[in-house]
Write a new protein. Sequence first.
Lengths: 172, 436
Amino acid sequence: MPENQNSTSIAHGPFNRLTPNLVRIAALAVCAAWLAAASPSHAALGGGFDSVAADRLHLSAKIASASAVTHTVHTLTLANGSVVREYASPDGVVFAVSWHGAARPDLRQLFGAYFDRFQTDNPLVSGRRTHRPLAADHADFVVRSGGHPGASWGVAWLPLAAPAGFTVNDIQ
Amino acid sequence: MIRRFLAMSALLFLTACGGGGGGGGGGSTTVTPPPPPLTNFATITVDDGPAALNTGPNAYTQDDVAYVSVTLCAPGSTTNCQTIDHVQVDTGSVGLRIFQSVLNTSLLAALPNQTDSSANPVGECYGYVDGYVFGSVRSADFSVGGESVSNMPFQLMADTGQFANPPASCSSGGGTNLNTVQAFGANGIIGLGVTPTDCGAQCQTAGGYGAAIYYDCPTAGCSTIITRNSSTAAPFQQLPNPVAAFAVDNNGVIVSLPSVPAAGQATLTGTLYFGIGTQTNNTLGAATVLTTTTDQSPNGAGLVTASYNNKSLGESFIDSGSNLYLFVDSTITQCTQSGFSGYYCPGGPLSLTPTLQGQNGQTASAAFTLQNAQTQFNGNTFAAVPGIGGDTAVLETSNSYPNSFDFGLPFFFGRNVYTAIEGRSAGAVSGPFFAY
């Protein structure tokens, strides 16, 4: 239901003057009824705001959203305490996803159409064996990850879809 | 004799560390019986790995991986036993995991499945940075060095039957199904990290998961996620940190490896000590204690902060299970030769000076010399190679996102590195912590 994107209770405007960096503001819960109506068939990365709701349902997460100058951050808190952040451009497209917590979340869900590409980028390397963290490096799709069992972090972003003024250092 | 020799080595180690405590009471004319030899340790070997790695079209020999041998017996048996060599020593994970393919048929047949409230066998998925392992949860009488745990659950990786196929919720974390000894790089792994069990509170809520995901596994296969408690004594549910389940010496470990020449060494022998401050051979001594994040921390357990190039990297850790230093520094030349993608290849030995800071504010230098990985690996078959570093990604980009510096096995060369378990007091300090 992309036509409903403007019906959410995300704060705009008044907070933009505070700082050019990502603004931590009081998070506002998104309407539960709206979430229930969202299609579960789309995944987040590259998807619209409906896909964020789909992710929330799939991950059984609590959601809060906050806006900054160039983008909106949807913070999904999973039952296990892990935090997934989805970064959406002003037109609602999710152009970055990050996670922090005990383990990698469901990346098939979060990466959507990019997941197969991600898997292709991370084959088991023959020869010298290093348990190298999963990653992807393309002009349009970049993933970094790391950690150890019990502490996992990672970020995926679409550099070509990121709004002007946004840098990877804005990702938390 | 070997054990006696190692006990003597342990005392020498203590002396070398200036750890104080018991030691030779020279000068007395009274003959006193010697104390019983210490048995709270096992021998670590850094070598080429199990023979299965070096076979077939994907043959390779291992670098910078620490191995130990463990013994499994059918519960209650002293004869239906097997010693498994080349089990990786991993202070970055938790729990014992052994490949089904390395166990003999009589032992395998006698290892009971752990069962759930539906009386079905329990399955487990466990995630690593490059993929995951899947299999059944079995119980065995377990021993390593002189320590043991009866009826301890462990993961039988790449088990067959209803455990043959990882569920979608296991594989959807991404990466490779590490389902062979060759893919994994070891016959098994003994996770001796900072948490008492392998999933803590995360696996105790409905549908919950952490580093591990536990499954109900009827004959048709595993799909339903189940809750498991985090007991470190019988009756177990989650896989315990084996050390946390010991009757004694159960607060952590010391990985003690000798130093290695800059060019490397064919093999390396060291010692895995069980317990911290529990015996004369495992005193904390003058080591700096760096407390870590806990199971309940938002970013996960076992993290400290590395300061490097004026950046504060809050998701850093020390990990014997990583076989290199993993960090991002766009000013260091990357290797270009095929097969070395992602490794660092500085023009010559490069002195780097990261500092580690614990959650307790204590700091310690973690300086090391980064070597050229191509030069180090080319033309030699050394298994212990110092100074190997790599980027966390395959290719470098000039961003500063990664908030992490992983101090892998080369960091352990020439050091005694302590890993203390959360909630356990070790050397009068409460875990979790690293110390060195």
